[in-house]
Design a protein around this ligand. Sequence first.
Ligand code: S3P
Length: 179
Amino acid sequence: MDTTRRIGNLALIGFMGTGKSSVGRQAAEVLEFTFLDTDVLIESRAGASIYDIFQQQGEPAFRALECEIVQELEQRDKIVVATGGGLPANDANLASLKKHSLVVCLWASPETIWERVRAHSHRPLLNQPDPQAKIRELLAIREPYYRQADVLISTDLRSVREVVTQVVHQFREAQAGRR
Ligand code: S3P
């Protein structure tokens, strides 16, 4: 890893349903960092739910808010940030996260993702006739971005606790300059 990088924060990227928020919240507790979720930051800035932002303003407006929030994170220290699934599929966003964070991607197969998200209706991109095909399509488009993470962890067969342990271990190694 580039030794000139400042690794003060931990950023979790990955597709919807890979556990970024649950893992991030617990990792922040262990590290005694502040937990942030870009979707929550966007909702409070817009005064509207993600679903309503997509419906009323469209996806480009949502993506613009993501870029704004990502830039602001560059000023923060000791944070664990869980990012929206599409946020790193943008070179500038990924580069921005890498300026200050160890970027960890949580991975899952399309089948696992579907099992985890099928009960939830708040994700606008999956609100369509064939959500499983959409998952496969988006995953294929985003995979090259997700693979640029510093660390890739498969969550298919791991509990949230196990993933947290791995993530925290990788972060501590990176901070100690051992990665
Ligand atoms: C999105 C993922 C969602 C949210 C929005 C768009 C995406 O976040 O940002 O619905 O493009 O994959 P989660 O990954 O936290 O579900």
